[in-house]
Design a protein around this ligand. Sequence first.
Ligand code: SF4
Ligand code: SF4
Length: 178
Amino acid sequence: MYICEKCAKKNKTCCSVEHGKDVSYFPLSEEEIERLETVAGPREKYITKKKNTAAFLLQMNRLFPKNAKDINTLFPVDGEHNHLLVDDSGSCLFLTDKGCSLERENRPYYCNLYPLWLVFGELCSFSNPNCLAIAQSEKNDDDVEKLLEVFHKDIAQVEEEFDKILLAWDIEKKINLW
Ligand code: SF4
Ligand code: SF4
């Protein structure tokens, strides 16, 4: 059984957030929403708009540490971004007790990459005490590379997934991550 499916049976997973902490959900690009619409119908059912708050901008700048100017252009202070809608318990509407109900190729790019990330081209991971994959990898060796094994991925796949995020936001050329 895939690790995230096991996680969904045990925890609320990374697809569920406490109310007031949904700033941790990544914004959705137009490309990702259009892809979702082909399988899930009109966006109004599962997408909402959130203000580009100071907390959101801080989070985005942490994710792209060298690119405050680009992030601030994409997400102006008085603007809004698209965001996955959550239910009353804080769970993404696509979350089931078997994990995400969407096929991998239809999920938002960030969902496919989480909990892995790249900063300056270096593999890293988000901290999440409820993430079964992180717990399993730390049991082995407290090494982020072990997370690749847990997800049956290699670094090239992570880079490819990360590039999809950059392309979706049209920030590949503007952002000097490497
Ligand atoms: S789309 Fe799927 S993977 Fe992404 S937050 Fe929702 S349930 Fe989780
Ligand atoms: S990425 Fe981690 S927290 Fe999210 S569903 Fe998979 S194992 Fe659970």
